[in-house]
Design a protein around this ligand. Sequence first.
Ligand code: SAM
Length: 196
Amino acid sequence: MNKESYNKIANIWADYRNESFVSQLIIDFAEKLHPQAKVLDVGCGTGVPVARFLAEKEILVTGIDAAEKMIEIALSHQIPNAQFMVSDFFDFQPQETFDGILAWDSFFHFPKKSQELIYPKVAQMLNSGGYLLFTHGDVDDEHTNPMRGEEFYYSAIPKEKIKVLLEENGLELIYMYKDYKEKDTDRGLVVLAQKR
Ligand SMILES: C[S@@+](CC[C@H](N)C(=O)[O-])C[C@H]1O[C@@H](n2cnc3c(N)ncnc32)[C@H](O)[C@@H]1O
């Protein structure tokens, strides 16, 4: 459902994100990384503003997104230091590992039955000392909701379960902000973890 819906609203999404600010939490995440660090941007959308911001910091970005139209737009920006490819997160089999993994407003679109599979996969792709930054729903949930005239699926697992999964997969929790507000935005949960 989400792939078709995002393909349909990709141009509207691009207009919206072209005018968006980069979260201070993403700015702080970038500051933890050295130039030429490799970052995977999961559900990168149009690559703007997030991947472009990271690339401007001399970070080497790999952006993946399930929606072809999002990647088409991301590629059209011709962002130096960034590569973009169409891939579902769970199908992505990189030849390399990463110093950072960012999932900004994408994990909450994954099927509920796959939520617990995120953490071992992330841990496998992260270098020791690497960071994981992601947004998440704040309540145990599964629902659909319309946006820009299309229907989207969302899911989330309890935050206590996320803490256990991070720990089980060698990811040390640095912060878990509930109801994180910034300018006109509000996110249920934002989490930063570091691989041991
Ligand atoms: C709310 S948008 C956020 C896009 C981007 N991170 C941003 O900040 O503008 C969610 C994105 O996640 C992508 N997505 C959803 N499920 C995915 C999956 N299983 N694998 C890869 N990308 C996915 C969607 O296609 C969409 O582009």
